[in-house]
Design a protein around this ligand. Structure first.
Ligand SMILES: Nc1nc2c(ncn2[C@@H]2O[C@H](COP(=O)(O)OP(=O)(O)OP(=O)(O)O)[C@@H](O)[C@H]2O)c(=O)[nH]1
Ligand SMILES: [Mg+2]
Length: 465
């Protein structure tokens, strides 16, 4: 799908939903233009496919923590299987579908559809685990559900996390999901009173989320707290769980304790039952509130991403690229120079030794022919050198930053000037556009704020901590 087609699709999708985001697409178009001009993205690529336009909630956690049960309860429908052994072995993306009947589609459907946040995920997986990406159906599936609860958002259920048996592919998808999501619920369960037993898992899950730039979108949920009724030790269990988290470096965070009414063990003591219910109702309502307003967080995220992309391009990518191109042109020039000298000297040497030929033919013809020949040889060498050094440099960048590698190849084509990118005019032209995009992003954020905060200063959407 070419960028133009994608803009149209996105506009169709967003037109009824959020008019501000409709305008934002125009800014992404401009960003794409700059990206294409510099060569940071290929002509078929667009920054709109580097983010998810859907509000996205993902549920991660240890196996049998009750992730699927929680999702079923939230949706009011048993769409996911649950059970006492490890049930889910792949990520399930649940989204709205018009069909009354729920449909299950293979992971390939997600990998190939640019409207989903897993577009081309197989490439990403292949990078960390060669070959695995081709088996994307083993990792991902898509389920549709006709329910207002899921309309306009995506919910992701995941396989139970087990640090021991995790393949690189799963880890790559997990971190992709954390990056793309507007809200991440990390589930643990209270049946493991000694969190030390799952230290590795904790370390991985918390480690993957802790340093995230928007840590506020991550909620840590201790599920199945009904199981503490038997020994009446809710506080102890929560405290030890939080201690284990803080040992992983997570000091402050959004911690919640809940359980599922219909899966819970019977609680005999009425006082305890009341206490547990109170805790659950209060925490559960905070979690579902966050889940319900995820569309708003998504709008902020998309605009923030516009600002981030522009800023990164201006402050990091362009300077890095300029440096890389400078070093490339230097290498070409020096090698050019050495080879040229050698050739010209050789040529003159030959000339002086073959004076005979020159004497026989008209000296005018010989000099025109030889100069022409020399020019052809020298420029062929020059073009070849440009190509060799460009490929060499691009290769070195490929692993670290694909966009820089792309841009090196793009800007070193033989018809591009050797020092074009060196002028301050080159970067200024792009920087001005990027500055504009950044200031637009800030204006959009204000517009969003105005949408959700009434002029009287009363917050329509109360931020809860
Ligand atoms: N006591 C109690 N049991 C629960 C609760 N929530 C879920 N369960 C039970 O725990 C088991 C696992 O639940 P699932 O929802 O399948 O857990 P999961 O996290 O999706 O598990 P995997 O997909 O295998 O990783 C099931 O037998 C549920 O009935 C709860 O709040 N309290
Ligand atoms: Mg499950």
């Amino acid at each position: 799908m070419m960028p133009e087609e994608r803009y149209t699709k996105l506009k169709e999708y967003l037109s009824s939903e959020n008019p501000i985001l409709l305008d934002v697409i125009e800014n992404y178009k401009l960003l794409d233009e700059v990206g294409h001009k510099i060569g940071l993205i290929t002509p078929e690529d667009t920054y709109t496919s580097h983010i998810s336009w859907w509000p996205m909630i993902s549920i991660l956690g240890t196996f049998s923590a009750g992730k699927s049960t929680f999702i079923n309860q939230y949706l009011g429908k048993d769409i996911q299987e649950s059970g006492n052994q490890a049930v889910d072995d792949k990520f399930t993306v649940i989204c709205y579908g018009e069909n009354e009947e729920s449909h299950t589609l293979p992971g390939l459907a997600l990998d190939a559809d640019p409207r989903f946040p897993f577009y081309n995920i197989s490439d990403e997986v292949n990078k960390v685990d060669p070959g695995e990406g081709n088996r994307v159906n083993l990792y991902l599936q898509l389920k549709t559900l006709k329910s207002d609860k899921i309309k306009g958002k995506i919910l992701i259920d995941s396989p139970g996390f087990d640090a021991d048996s995790q393949r690189d592919g799963i880890l790559r998808i997990t971190s992709h999901i954390v990056d793309m999501s507007d809200l991440v619920l990390v589930f643990f369960d209270a049946r493991h009173p000694e969190p030390g037993a799952m230290r590795d898992t904790l370390e991985h899950l918390v480690g993957a989320t802790i340093n995230h730039r928007d840590a506020n979108k991550i909620l840590y949920v201790l599920n199945q707290i009904d199981t503490t009724a038997k020994e009446d030790n809710l506080e102890t269990v929560i405290a030890s769980w939080q201690r284990a988290m803080s040992q992983e470096g997570l000091i402050s965070g959004n911690f919640y304790g809940i359980y599922n009414e219909s899966s819970a063990v019977p609680i005999d003591d009425p006082a305890q039952k009341e206490r547990l219910e109170r805790k659950r109702d209060s925490d559960l309502s905070k979690i579902t509130q966050r889940m319900d307003k995820v569309g708003i967080e998504r709008a902020y995220r998309i605009i923030k991403a516009l600002e981030d992309f522009s800023k990164e391009m201006k402050e990091e990518k362009i300077p890095t690229l300029q440096k890389a191109l400078k070093s490339w042109s230097k290498k070409v020039l020096i090698t050019d120079f050495i080879l040229w000298i050698l050739i010209v000297v050789g040529f003159m040497f030959a000339e002086s030794n073959m004076g005979l030929i020159t004497n026989i033919m008209s000296s005018q013809i010989i000099s025109i022919v030889s100069i022409l020949g020399l020019v052809v040889i020298l420029s062929t060498i020059h073009i070849k050198l440009r190509d060799i050094f460009a490929k060499f440099d691009a290769n070195r960048w490929m692993k670290k930053d694909k966009s820089i590698a792309n841009a090196i190849l793009y800007n070193t084509k033989w018809w591009k000037p050797l020092f074009g990118h060196n002028s301050s005019k080159w970067s200024l032209k792009h920087s001005t556009k990027l500055d504009l995009l950044m200031s637009d992003a800030r204006t959009y954020i204000q517009k969003l704020n105005d949408q959700f905060i009434s002029p009287a200063g009363k917050e329509a959407q109360k931020e809860e901590k």
